[in-house]
Design a protein around this ligand. Sequence first.
Ligand SMILES: NC(=O)c1ccc[n+]([C@@H]2O[C@H](COP(=O)([O-])OP(=O)(O)OC[C@H]3O[C@@H](n4cnc5c(N)ncnc54)[C@H](OP(=O)(O)O)[C@@H]3O)[C@@H](O)[C@H]2O)c1
Length: 288
Amino acid sequence: MYDAIVAGGGHVVPIAEAEALVWLEPRHADRLEDMLDANEHIGWVQLPFAGIEPFVHLINSDRLWTCGKGIYAEPVAELALCLALAGMRGLGSYARATRWTGESGRNLIGSNVTILGGGGISQAMLRMLEPFGCHVTVVRNHVEEMEGADVVLAAERYVDALAGADLVVLALPLTAETEEMISLTELEMMEKHAWLVNVARGKHIVTDDLVWALQNGVIGGAALDVTHPEPLPDDHPLWSLPNCIITPHVGATLEMGDPLLAARITKNVHLFAHDEPLQGVVDPDLGY
Ligand SMILES: NC(=O)c1ccc[n+]([C@@H]2O[C@H](COP(=O)([O-])OP(=O)(O)OC[C@H]3O[C@@H](n4cnc5c(N)ncnc54)[C@H](OP(=O)(O)O)[C@@H]3O)[C@@H](O)[C@H]2O)c1
């Protein structure tokens, strides 16, 4: 990341002399808070992840904040597609089987897909879904036409987009509005065969409700890259459900993500030095 700053035309200096701070520690907001309290002159902070919930209480309009939103989109969308296919085609059960079993699974091809979130991950997924000929509904805050989406709905109508979907993908930030947005009520609105893929944050879903829904056939299954709690404890019931697939928050591994973050840092340092608008700016009011 030192090289990334230099490549953008910046100099790495002691914080007392710095105009901007590149913060690479994704948690421990307390350390960042202490550092900013002691260095009020810092005008711009670059955060490492797309999700900024550990830092959201520090973010206001006193200084500019940018994060990694959008940069991890391709690898995360690839995993979302992989989880969707694995779930819908029954790979979770087949991979666990120890003998020849019967037919199961549904096509992603030609299916109805709902994506909650219309940012980087959603846009990358729309591109990847194109050859599957799906009917795609995207739900987002700012409704506008999106290439590859058949319908774009406003955030407050997300419940309308659950019924009729064969696949529901969560790809949106964790905010006060989106925390626990999928509880038993919403799961019951989904189709009995539908798969829920979560590559966003575990807290979007009420975990106990999901466990009940999976145990009782309320939905077809869930494929989760993120969970609440996270890491998921060893004895958690989700591990043993045949209609649940879990990956350990690997949408973008460090190996995949670091070059993408470095490129964002280089770009933003260059833009900052030329007084141009930065990429991945956090809106203090929206919280993402
Ligand atoms: N699994 C992983 O490894 C991994 C990796 C990266 C990110 N993530 C998670 O994925 C999230 C999304 O990442 P991204 O890069 O796609 O972020 P992004 O580019 O900031 O996109 C976020 C999208 O969510 C929409 N949104 C915000 N509030 C909403 C609501 N209440 N209902 C519906 N849509 C809403 C926004 O709408 P507008 O555009 O209309 O404002 C935006 O389109 C991140 O915040 C992070 O938590 C996970």
